[in-house]
Design a protein around this ligand. Structure first.
Ligand code: ADP
Ligand code: MG
Length: 416
């Protein structure tokens, strides 16, 4: 590492069902950083929301035994630095006299790299922390993260500009309770069977079920409410082909990756958490290059065809639509937009946007001519550029209005 290397706070874990998936994606990203430019520092958010650091947290082995990890990892307190850094102080709980032996270590993070999936890491929460602290961070901002996490609001936003989505119905839990029969009637009228039921702000297929009849639909909706107080019921695309496109850039310049077609295991109709992350064979890429990721392969382990076997026109159409959606959600850095094609009708639908895609979609960028280290480099440079631009605009006034005028007329203010 050079003296001028930027310190990159790689945030991983998080309070979300995809905690472990995040650890894989984030460690892949940390390993891909060009060490002559960037020094990764792990910022681990445990399942209870506590933040920790420690060099060993860059090794996936550290996460096998969480009780031991908590013994060896160093709890952190965070606060904003005056020049756009995230300041971290190690909070060692070494007894009352520990401060006499060694002052707590303090260090600065120059750029935050959220490697979180689901929950506050992907829904704008951590992005909001960075905005509030005025620290550069990679990926999309609060708006794109928040709307992108919500499968219902995402569909509404796309519908607003004429991008097709499948028929759907959404409920909050309070609307559902005591009015189940009305809710089921509405689903049957507007969506029909088979239907796909999803927690509105989930991910990794957690809580997603297919329903063939009223009884299954009722059970699936009840189950989805265990994960979220908002649930979406969608028409199941029968002859489904799933096509994903990753995008890299910002509002000024965006480029699409090659397309992928993920393939579910034979007996499943929905790509499951197992399909996505628990496969133990060879990385499973069909018709393209095998993906090489460090350690466990995360999203890179799914069966997929890269590039997807589509006509040039269809490929171009999907890439153009993906760029439009990336801009619509005001995304930045890398995002992955997932589409569904109904083979029976040839219709193309927007399914969802992932503002922190599994494995940062590196397996789509490599065959697109952007190796993983360059992908990370570009994400960090975009984060720094956006931060510079934001700080170049008027954000506060230098004059102190409270010093300039008599305060005596201010109703309700102290000192009146
Ligand atoms: N409307 C639908 N029709 C058919 N299959 C669907 C539909 N929606 C989702 N699926 C299946 O379920 C999987 C997970 O749904 P998705 O909306 O991508 O949620 P997640 O955020 O959990 O990835 C998809 O990859 C697809 O296999
Ligand atoms: Mg998905």
């Amino acid at each position: 590492m050079s003296d001028t290397a930027l310190t990159v706070g790689v945030v991983l874990g998080g309070v979300a069902p995809e905690h472990e998936v995040s650890i894989i994606s984030a460690l892949q990203a940390a390993a891909a950083l060009d060490r002559s430019k960037y020094e990764p520092v792990p910022l681990y958010i445990a399942k209870d929301g506590m933040w920790y650091t420690g060099d060993h947290l860059l090794d996936v082995e550290a996460y096998r035994d969480i009780d031991e990890l908590r013994e060896t990892a160093i709890p952190l307190a965070l606060f904003p630095g005056p020049h756009g850094t995230l300041e971290c102080v190690e909070v060692r709980d070494g007894g009352a006299l520990s401060h006499l032996t060694r002052p707590p270590r303090r260090f600065s993070i120059d750029v935050v790299l959220p490697g979180l999936h689901g929950g506050a890491g992907e829904n704008g929460g951590v992005q909001g922390l960075c905005e509030t602290f005025n620290v550069p961070y990679t990926g999309s901002g609060i708006f794109g993260s928040a709307i992108g996490m919500d499968k219902v609001l995402s569909k509404h936003l796309c519908q607003e500009v004429g991008i097709p989505v499948v028929d759907f119905v959404a409920f909050y839990e309070h609307e559902w309770a005591h009015r189940e029969e009305d809710g089921l009637d509405r689903c049957e009228k507007e969506v029909g069977y088979p239907a796909i039921v999803k927690p509105a702000r989930g991910g990794s297929s957690i809580g997603i079920m297919r329903a063939e009849d009223r009884e299954q639909l009722d059970a699936a909706i009840e189950d989805a409410f265990r994960y979220d107080d908002k649930v979406v019921v969608e028409r199941a695309v029968q002859e489904l082909r799933e096509i994903n496109c990753s995008l890299l850039g910002d509002g000024t310049h965006v480029e699409p990756s090659v397309l992928e077609e993920p393939v579910a295991s034979d007996d499943d109709e929905v790509l499951t958490f197992q399909d996505k992350y628990m496969r133990e064979d060879d990385g499973g890429v069909k018709g393209g290059d095998k993906v090489d990721g460090p350690g466990p392969e995360g999203m890179a382990s799914l069966d997929r065809i890269i590039p997807a076997d589509l006509s040039d026109e269809r490929t171009q159409e999907i890439q153009d639509l993906a760029i439009r959606i990336f801009r619509l959600f005001e995304c930045a850095g890398v995002a992955r937009i997932d589409f569904m094609i109904d083979e029976a009708t040839d219709e193309l639908f927007f399914n969802e946007i992932n503002t922190i895609p599994g494995s940062f979609s590196f397996y789509l960028w490599d065959p697109s001519g952007v190796p993983f280290d360059e992908l990370m480099d570009r994400m960090i440079q975009i984060a720094r550029k956006q931060h510079r631009e934001k700080n170049g605009r008027v954000r506060t006034y230098d004059v102190n209005l409270l010093a300039e005028r008599s305060l005596s007329g201010l109703k309700g203010a102290k000192g009146e």
